[in-house]
Design a protein around this ligand. Structure first.
Ligand code: PLP
Length: 442
């Protein structure tokens, strides 16, 4: 049976807080998905987090799979990260002058990521994608970008076309304010479709700045690359002389120390990083082959800058997080795999028991849960991903929330497991999921 509706007083303080927030900020939030519109609920307002758990302002506790949409691979308030940030902070918060911490994190990234010879730190994934695209345009003289329908590369104009995730939930495939000429320069192809890429490259020879892709799509739910897809993209890019850009803002250091490119053995020309690399502080990066990156100012003419870029607190947080992931022969990734596999298997069993058709997808600690029409039907691209039932997801989401598990408030986001998701957290999640699948199936 579906859980009873919670007494309103259980969320009273969150409700009051959100009502006041709406007075001062659009939707009461600083990023649209947080307003819970896609699931028909009022957002809970968070007071604190520790490990796998967050606590709202009413004192309700939840196992958290939002993980700030990816950065928190060690969980909330990870002691290593807090200690590193605390130490950095005592020496000052920002200088606008070089620090050793930047070089150290840059060396860590370059050593880890096969496609990155040289790296530039920025403040958000949006900025990383925007800057990488500018560099690709400068290097090739092409103005067009090929992007996959349902992939998200931040909200820079050229990329805010069929951009998945929050944009999907809102039914806004692009946005007013994006100049038509800019949107028209973006060529759209379905994810996992090499023929479409070949046609676009053949039709627009000499006009293409780069082929941009999330190597593991994470913004239409989780859609892994089909076997051979990334290798096929590499081959097409080589044949047509088009730089290959992997947007690893979500996958970078999450699926493997070498990122998705290391995992699948396909090396792009340009890479965007974010989320995990910044340890939960505002930080992202773009990098790539030496001869491309040397075109960035001041080595080259392609301008890009930032007052807070390479911020000492962000460098410290990112370094602490990457060091922790690398410790003991990268043991963290093995732990993440074990916990995530257990979670996925548990969810599938419970959905089957509840008679709720489901498809799950997973790469390491990124998990996709799709409320499909027919149990186990494949999800290969945006059309498959959006064929799922958002009504069922909303029912599942609400039941999980009321049972103390917080998920992203939209069907098109992945679940992020952290090293802090121990047996207790997974068991709590699975105990909540049985009745939640029943509510979704109803
Ligand atoms: N690229 C990818 C693959 C992302 O998942 C995201 C954010 O979710 C971005 C870019 C944009 O990053 P940010 O939100 O830091 O601007």
């Amino acid at each position: 049976p579906a859980p009873a509706a919670p007494p309103a007083e259980r969320y009273a303080r969150s409700a009051a807080s959100h009502a006041e927030a709406k007075r001062y900020m659009p939707g009461g939030v600083n990023s649209p998905v947080r307003a819970y519109r896609a699931v028909g609920r009022e957002p809970v307002t968070i007071r604190s987090g520790a490990g796998a758990w967050v606590t709202d302002v009413d004192g309700n506790r939840y196992v958290d799979y939002v993980g700030s949409y990816g950065p928190l691979i060690l969980g909330h308030a990870a002691p290593q990260v807090l200690a590193a940030v605390g130490e950095a902070m005592r020496n000052g918060t920002t200088f606008g002058m070089p620090t050793e911490a930047e070089t150290r994190l840059a060396r860590t990234v370059v050593d880890a990521v096969p496609g990155v010879d040289v790296v530039r730190f920025v403040n958000s994934g949006t900025e990383a994608a925007m800057s990488a695209l500018r560099l690709a345009r400068a290097a090739t003289g092409g103005h067009r970008v090929i992007k996959c329908i349902g992939c998200y590369h931040g909200h820079t104009d050229a990329m805010l076309v069929s951009a998945g995730s929050a944009a999907t939930s809102l039914g806004v495939p692009s946005s007013p304010g994006v100049p038509a000429a800019v949107a028209a320069s973006t060529l759209l192809v379905p994810f996992n479709d090499l023929d479409a890429v070949e046609r676009a490259m053949a039709t627009h020879r000499g006009e293409i700045a780069c082929m941009a892709v999330e190597p593991i799509a994470g913004n239409m739910g989780l859609v892994p690359p089909a076997p051979g897809y990334l290798q096929g993209l590499r081959a097409l890019c080589d044949r047509f002389g088009v730089p290959l850009l992997f947007d690893e803002v979500m996958t970078g250091f999450r699926v493997d120390h070498g990122c998705a490119q290391g995992l699948y053995g396909v090396t792009p020309d340009l890479t965007c990083l974010g989320k995990v690399v910044g340890g939960g502080l505002p930080c992202a990066a773009y990098g790539g082959r030496e001869e491309l990156m040397r075109q960035v100012a001041p080595d080259g003419p392609v301008y890009q800058a930032g007052t807070l870029s390479g911020n000492p607190l962000a460098m410290a947080a990112g370094q602490a997080q990457l060091d922790a992931l690398a410790a003991d022969g990268f043991a963290a990734y093995r732990r993440l795999e074990a916990a995530s596999a257990r979670l996925e298997e548990g969810l599938r069993g419970l959905a089957a028991d509840a008679g709720c058709p489901l498809t799950t997808t997973r790469v390491g600690s990124m998990l996709g849960v799709f409320f499909v029409e027919e149990d186990g039907s494949p999800v290969r691209d945006y059309a498959d991903a959006t064929a799922q039932s958002t009504r069922r997801y909303a029912a599942f989401f609400g039941a999980m929330l009321d049972a103390g598990v917080i998920l992203a408030p939209a069907a098109f986001e992945c679940w992020f497991v952290s090293t802090a998701h121990d047996d207790e957290a997974i068991e709590h999640t699975l105990a909540a999921a049985g009745p939640a699948f029943a509510a979704a199936a109803a």
